[in-house]
Each structure stands twice: as structure tokens, then as C-alpha cells.
Design a protein around this ligand. Structure first.
Ligand SMILES: Nc1nc2c(c(=O)[nH]1)N[C@H]1C(S)=C(S)[C@@H](COP(=O)(O)OP(=O)(O)OC[C@H]3O[C@@H](n4cnc5c(=O)[nH]c(N)nc54)[C@H](O)[C@@H]3O)O[C@H]1N2
Ligand SMILES: Nc1nc2c(c(=O)[nH]1)N[C@H]1C(S)=C(S)[C@@H](COP(=O)(O)OP(=O)(O)OC[C@H]3O[C@@H](n4cnc5c(=O)[nH]c(N)nc54)[C@H](O)[C@@H]3O)O[C@H]1N2
Ligand code: SF4
Ligand SMILES: [Mo]
Length: 709
């Protein structure tokens, strides 16, 4: 039997590790790291390799399903229907809803998998537009809404995020991210830990800022400064204050590229090192030392990720990050934070993305809101689904699981009862599918062609890779773009399928054309990979400042909206009792947010559930011990969990992995036996529960109490 090797790549997270699939008679028999991939050089993690289990999982969705039980019944039953039946029924119902309730009656939730699917993301507006003007949601506002909104205001575009030049930096300030586990986000870097070890070998160092001694911190990388959760803004503002008023800043970049600089100075003058020390649990001397080290390094760089984004002030924190780069002259400098031109200059990958406007806010029945890259705040999804002013009657969930990944599971379940139609497009029968009326089966990444588009502009070592579909899709699974286009067509709306020969790769070809490439050309190249020259740090100033005047806005007047809140939250933190417990969330190498949870080989030891981790001294102060069953309570909810001890946690901090709590996924025969607990039941939800600057959910540093059951 002939065995063919197909070069492809992983699309679970941002390193896009090269893989080789071995294929016999259109079946994948092995999936391994592509050791000769010129870009990712054989690096790969267990999740990438285990994707073969995902691909072969007998529980996978392979046919369109229609619900035959009422939604009120505890266990859902589904019947297999043809694509035509499913599409026509859904299309008719959607159109009928629009006829009765208007063009704003269809809500959508587009999950994380959006960005990892280029035939979907490059066709965004054409695929989403036909469903009207209803509210749009997605993980943007639980993941990185702060970054998108802040970059839009500062640089002019939501997709501009200067990355740390990890190959040349000699001081890396790494805040609220755990590269060893997550492999980092909004930066595309193969084998991030090797890059961090490289910094140390060159005589530099990484400084982590985190409430926990994380796996990434080793003698070969650097130490952790243990910060009190949700205080990063004060730490970053104090760093900038110290740089401006004591260490001295670089006037070169400021004179050339900055506007509203005096307003920035005014704002920062208020946030001294001493004030930060009062709430961050970092001493004034420690903060001063970081400022001196950062400025004294030959080339210093900085990165913040979800640990900061999910705080109450991720937007202001990210603002400070950009200003630290600008004022230390490390922005657009080799070894500092740079723009890494990839296959083409920044492109919009979110359907509703637009350039900066002076005031993006508008009035709604839930207060003043803005959209971030087209999305409304996830924390108001339940409210919008029950809107009196603009009734929503249908919800389409594509490639995400808002039941588990957003706060507010109970209210969200209740809000779903209001809807006439729920459609979920997924590869697995998740808990979201269980509450849906129609469930539509998508193709997995081994079943579709793609390029690594999500990291365009964020890659430490830029390259583009093409992959063909490794094997034909099993059953009746269809591409995500096709499914959305088919539903639009059935509604009688403009659809990509109106074209007798639809071309889902036109957007990809347009990106490739910038470099004189095409899919055909990539197909002929070994591994289908083309690497681009080392980034020119100055490209940042060429491509990334998209305000009309060509300047970086150091302090848009819009930001004043957050000033009083920064003071108010500081006072609140200062007045908290010393023994206040704060919850943070974690990732593990076995899960991808709420999924990869049906892999039997992963369900071993501590990975069989999601315990509550506590510092041993905090545990003994409460008479708790490893194995205790505990009750964790916040102002917003209550859960039960098993307690385990982690001496690496800062005192006063407890931690849990998110993505669990799927006992109601009856079709997932492994996951339902290892349900775990939905930690997001403890997170704030509804009006006022998110960062008003960026609509970003507040998911870290949540005040909780823990008691024995
Ligand atoms: N294995 C695995 N990899 C993943 C994912 C996954 O679920 N599993 N998810 C992918 C996705 S969607 C994303 S967005 C990325 C996320 O990538 P990362 O942002 O790197 O995600 P985490 O590993 O959760 O790291 C967040 C860190 O923030 C710390 N933290 C929590 N609260 C605070 C705080 O208030 N301040 C500071 N300074 N730190 C804090 C936590 O201890 C944790 O170490 O990972 C991606 N990669
Ligand atoms: N407490 C807490 N909450 C968090 C986080 C946290 O760190 N702490 N992290 C937040 C972050 S960063 C994110 S990104 C969100 C994630 O939020 P979501 O995107 O809503 O959740 P995922 O679990 O990533 O869901 C992905 C779904 O897509 C399905 N899927 C996989 N591949 C495909 C495909 O090709 N097509 C289709 N149609 N479906 C596919 C999977 O089976 C899964 O059901 O969660 C957020 N929630
Ligand atoms: S690091 Fe991310 S992209 Fe690489 S194999 Fe693991 S999950 Fe896939
Ligand atoms: Mo994410």
C-alpha cells in the first residue's frame, strides 16, 4: 500500500507548527512534527500531535442534525437531515424572523476558530453581512478587546500590535502570559521557550510579572515578580512615571511621531511608583529597578497577554505598554517592539473592523457601548438576547462555546429560551450543540486548505505556509465558509454560492500577491513554505500608523472616560482586607479553551478535572488541605471544586483552569465523564461588569471566598 506524506500545519494556536501527515488510501495513519519545516523546524506540542485523535474521534459531528425534542427536555435528541433540508429550514426560519422582527433579530457568536481558518476570515464581511445588523459577539471581548481598542485609538488600526523582537532583545518584560503552556498570543513564535532561553544565553534576561511562579520561569529564562492580580495597570503606569520623571526618556521618537504628548505626561504624573506599590504588592524599589533595567538594556521589549487583558483595566495597561516602548525609544528598534511584515501589510480579519473614530460610543438600552472589531461585549450577550427595544429571535454560534467560555452560564441558558432558533456550527457535539435546534458539521483543519493568516504581522520570523486539505472530509462535513454561504443562500440573500464557481481563496491570493506569490506557487515549493526577510524594525513607522496625520496618539481625549475609574479602582484595591482571596484562571497543555476535552489519552492524574489551586499557607490558615472539597463563592456565583496546593501561587491568590464544566455534552463520551467545573460561573456579568474602555470581560483577580464543603 502506498503511503503519501502531506506537509501541513497546526491551527490550534499561533505558532502554527509544521506537521507531516502520512496518508494511506485517503486516510491519515500518522501525524507528526515536520522536522524539516524551514520555519517551525520540527517544534510541536502534544496538542498538535493529538489532533489526529480529534480528526478520528468517533464522537465527531459528520452530518447536519435537527432537534426532535423540545428544548425544555433535559436530554436533547437529534435526527439526521440532509444539507438541503437543514439549510432550507434554517434559511426560511431566519428570513421569517427577519420579516417579523427586522434586520437586527439575528445574533451571532463567532468563536476563536475564526482566525485560524483563512477561507473563513478572508471572506468575513461577505459571509457575515447577509445575516443582517443584529448583535455580534465573540471571544474578542474575552480575549484581547483591550488590545484592539487601544491600538485603534493609539495607532489608528485595531490590528497593529508591535511584538517583542525575541531574537534580538536582551531584556524581555513578559507580563500575564505563560509561554511554556499557551505558546503565547498575538505573537507568532515557534518554540517560544527556546527563544526565551536564547535571551539568557545572549547575556540578557526575561522578567515575568505574574501572580504565580509559572512553568515558563526556569533558571534558563528568568524569575517571576509576583504581582497582585488585576493591578498591572498601576505597575505599568508607575514604570512609565519613573521613566519620564526620574530615569529620563528618549525624545527622538516622541518628537518625530507623537501627538498629545503633554496630555500623557499629565496623566502619568498622577501614577507614582509609591502609589503602585500600595496596591500591586511590588515594592517601590522593585518597580524602580525594573524601570532602570528596561532603560539600561541594549534593547528591551515588552509583551502583555490575557492575564493583563482580562483585568478590569486591560485597555489602560496596554496603552501604558505602547507608551513605555515609545518613550524608551525601543518601539520600532531592533530588539525592542517591532512590526514584522509578513505576507502582506496589516489586513482586516474581523468583519466589523474599522479605522479609529474620535468617539466610537453609542447609546443602548444597556448603557453607553462601543463595538470592538465589530463585536459588542460578551458580558451583555444574555441581555441583548432578551432586549425589549430590539428583539433578537435567532442565534448562530460558529466555532465557539459561549456557554463555557463567557461568564454567566445560567443567565445565558435562560436567555436562550427566548429564542425561536439556535444554530450551532462546530466539529464536536458540544454543550452548545445540546441546546441548539440545528447542529451543522464543519471540517477540521486536516480536511481543508489554508494559509497561516492569523499571525500575519505578528511573526517573530515571518513566513507563509500553504496547506492543501490533507484528506477529503469525512461524512457530510463542510467548510465553515460554505456553511455560512449556504445559509445565506437559503435565506434568499446575496451569497458566495451565487457564483457557479465560488472562489473562497480569492482573499488569500490577494494577500499572497503582495509578495508575488500564489497558492499554485506555494504548492510547488517544499513544505509549501516561503520565508521572508528578517523584519525591518522601522517598518512599524511605514505600515502601522494609520491615523491621517501619520502620528501616534499618546493620549486621545477619549481616554479621559477612564480616568476616574482608575482612581476609584485603586481606592477599592487599597481598602480590601489583607486576606482577600483573588481568583485567576489558568490554561493547561491538555485543553484548548473548552475543547480538546474528548481525548481519552489526556485524562490522567490532575488532568481529569479542574481543581482549585491554593497556596499551602493560605490553605492551612483556613484549615484546608490537598484533597479538601471546597466551595468557592464570589459576588456572582458559587461552585464546588477539589482543592490542590501550589506553593508557586502568590499568597492570597487561587487559580483554576477555564473551559471545564461540560457534563451536559452527552455526545462527548470522554468529556462528559470528566466534566469539571465552569469557573466562569464566578465571573461578573451584565451591565457595568466589563472594562468600559474596551468592552473586555473581567475574568481575572475576582474576589472570592473559599470554605470547606
Ligand atoms: N495549552 C493551551 N494553549 C493555549 C490555549 C489553551 O486553552 N490551552 N488557549 C489559546 C488562546 S485562545 C489564547 S488567547 C492564548 C493565551 O495565552 P496566554 O495569555 O499566555 O495564556 P495563559 O497561559 O492563560 O497565561 C496567562 C497568565 O496570566 C497570569 N495572570 C492571571 N491573572 C493575572 C494578572 O492579573 N496579572 C498578571 N500579570 N498575570 C496574570 C496567569 O497566571 C497566567 O500565567 O493561549 C492559547 N494557547
Ligand atoms: N475564565 C476564563 N475565561 C476565558 C478565558 C480565560 O483565560 N479564562 N479565555 C478566553 C479566551 S482567550 C478565549 S479565545 C475564549 C474562547 O472562547 P470560544 O471561542 O467560545 O471557545 P473555544 O473553547 O475556543 O471553542 C471553540 C469551538 O470550536 C470548535 N471547533 C474547532 N475547530 C473548528 C472548526 O474548524 N470549525 C468550527 N465551526 N468549529 C470548530 C470546537 O469544537 C469548540 O467547540 O474563552 C475565553 N474565556
Ligand atoms: S504549539 Fe500550538 S500550533 Fe504548535 S502544535 Fe501545539 S497547539 Fe499546535
Ligand atoms: Mo484566546
Amino acid at each position: 500500500m502506498s503511503r503519501e506524506k502531506v506537509h501541513t500545519f497546526c491551527r490550534l494556536c499561533e505558532p502554527a507548527c509544521g506537521l507531516v501527515a502520512e496518508v494511506e488510501e485517503q486516510r491519515i495513519v500518522a501525524l507528526r512534527a515536520d522536522t524539516d519545516n524551514p520555519a517551525t523546524k520540527g517544534y510541536c506540542c502534544n496538542k498538535g500531535l493529538r489532533y489526529l485523535d480529534v480528526h478520528q474521534d468517533p464522537d465527531r459531528l459528520s452530518h447536519p442534525l435537527k432537534r426532535i425534542t423540545s428544548r425544555a427536555e433535559p436530554t436533547a435528541a437529534f435526527q439526521r437531515v440532509s444539507w438541503d433540508e437543514a439549510a432550507e429550514e434554517v434559511g426560511n426560519k431566519l428570513q421569517d424572523i427577519v420579516n417579523r422582527h427586522g434586520d437586527e433579530a439575528i445574533a451571532m457568536y463567532n468563536g476563536t476558530t475564526w482566525g485560524f481558518n483563512s477561507t473563513l476570515s478572508t471572506n468575513g464581511p461577505r459571509l457575515i453581512g447577509p445575516f443582517g445588523n443584529g448583535p455580534r459577539f465573540g471571544p474578542i471581548t474575552t480575549d484581547c478587546g483591550n488590545k484592539l481598542a487601544a491600538s485603534e485609538a493609539i495607532f489608528g488600526s485595531a490590528m497593529v500590535h508591535p511584538i517583542p523582537d525575541l531574537l534580538h532583545t536582551d531584556y524581555f518584560l513578559c507580563i500575564g502570559t505563560n509561554p511554556a503552556v499557551s505558546h503565547m498570543t498575538m505573537i507568532g513564535v515557534s518554540d517560544p521557550m527556546a527563544k526565551l532561553r536564547g535571551i539568557k544565553r545572549r547575556g540578557g534576561k526575561t522578567v515575568f510579572v505574574n501572580p504565580r511562579v509559572i512553568e515558563s520561569s526556569t533558571p534558563e529564562t528568568g524569575e517571576v515578580l509576583l504581582i497582585r492580580p488585576d493591578t498591572d495597570f498601576y505597575f505599568l503606569a508607575a514604570l512609565l512615571n519613573e521613566i519620564i520623571f526620574h530615569v529620563g526618556y528618549d525624545r527622538g521618537l516622541v518628537q518625530k511621531y507623537a501627538k498629545n504628548f503633554d496630555r500623557l505626561i499629565d496623566f502619568v504624573s498622577n501614577w507614582s511608583v509609591e502609589r503602585a506599590a500600595e496596591v500591586t504588592d511590588l515594592s517601590a524599589d522593585t518597580i524602580r529597578e525594573v524601570a532602570r533595567e528596561f532603560c539600561g538594556a541594549r534593547a528591551a521589549s515588552i509583551q502583555v497577554a490575557t492575564g493583563v487583558n482580562m483585568g478590569t483595566q486591560g485597555f489602560f495597561a496596554y496603552w501604558m505598554v505602547q507608551m513605555i516602548s515609545l518613550l524608551t525609544g525601543t518601539l520600532g528598534k531592533r530588539g525592542g517592539n517591532i512590526y514584522a511584515l509578513g505576507v502582506c501589510p496589516p489586513v482586516d480579519i474581523f468583519p466589523g473592523q474599522k479605522k479609529a473614530v474620535a468617539d466610537p460610543y453609542f447609546q443602548t438600552e444597556f448603557g453607553e457601548l462601543r463595538k470592538v472589531a465589530g463585536d459588542l461585549p460578551c458580558n451583555l450577550m444574555s441581555d441583548f438576547l432578551q432586549s425589549r427595544e430590539k428583539p433578537v429571535k435567532a442565534l448562530i454560534v460558529r466555532g465557539g462555546n459561549p456557554l463555557v467560555c463567557m461568564p454567566d452560564e445560567d443567565r445565558f441558558r435562560a436567555a436562550l429560551n427566548n429564542l425561536e432558533l439556535i444554530v450551532t456550527i462546530d466539529i464536536f457535539p458540544t454543550s452548545m450543540c445540546e441546546v441548539s435546534d440545528y447542529v451543522l458539521p464543519a471540517r477540521d483543519f486536516l480536511e481543508r486548505e489554508d494559509i497561516n493568516s492569523i499571525d500575519n504581522g505578528f511573526q517573530v520570523e515571518p513566513y507563509v505556509q500553504y496547506t492543501p486539505a490533507v484528506v477529503p472530509a469525512a461524512g457530510e462535513r463542510r467548510d465553515d465558509w460554505w456553511i455560512l454561504a449556504r445559509l445565506a443562500q437559503a435565506m434568499g440573500r446575496p451569497s458566495m454560492l451565487d457564483d457557479p464557481e465560488p472562489n473562497p481563496t480569492a482573499g488569500i491570493e490577494a494577500m499572497l500577491a503582495y509578495r508575488g506569490l500564489s497558492i499554485d506557487a506555494l504548492k510547488r515549493i517544499p513544505h509549501h513554505v516561503v520565508q521572508f526577510p528578517e523584519p525591518d524594525p522601522e517598518d512599524l513607522f511605514r505600515f502601522c500608523i494609520t491615523h491621517e496625520d501619520g502620528l501616534i496618539d499618546c493620549c486621545p481625549p477619549l481616554f479621559e472616560r477612564g480616568y476616574a475609574r482608575a482612581e476609584e479602582l485603586w481606592r477599592r484595591l487599597k481598602s480590601e482586607p489583607e486576606d482577600q482571596l483573588k481568583l485567576i484562571t489558568l490554561r493547561t497543555g491538555m485543553l484548548m479553551n473548552s475543547w480538546m476535552n474528548n481525548i481519552a489519552a489526556h485524562k490522567k492524574g490532575i488532568h481529569m478535572t479542574n481543581p482549585l489551586w491554593m497556596n499551602p499557607q493560605d490553605a492551612s490558615a483556613r484549615g484546608l488541605f490537598a484533597g479538601s472539597e471546597v466551595q468557592v463563592r464570589s459576588e456572582h456565583g458559587l461552585i464546588q471544586a477539589d482543592l490542590l496546593l501550589d506553593a508557586g501561587l502568590k499568597r492570597g491568590v487561587v487559580a483554576m483552569t477555564h473551559g471545564w464544566g461540560q457534563g451536559k455534552s452527552h455526545g462527548l463520551n470522554v468529556a462528559r465523564r470528566f466534566p469539571g467545573v465552569n469557573v466562569n460561573r464566578l465571573a461578573p456579568f451584565g451591565k457595568g461588569s466589563f472594562d468600559p474602555m474596551s468592552m473586555q470581560s473581567h475574568l481575572t483577580g475576582i474576589n472570592v471566598t473559599v470554605e470547606a464543603l
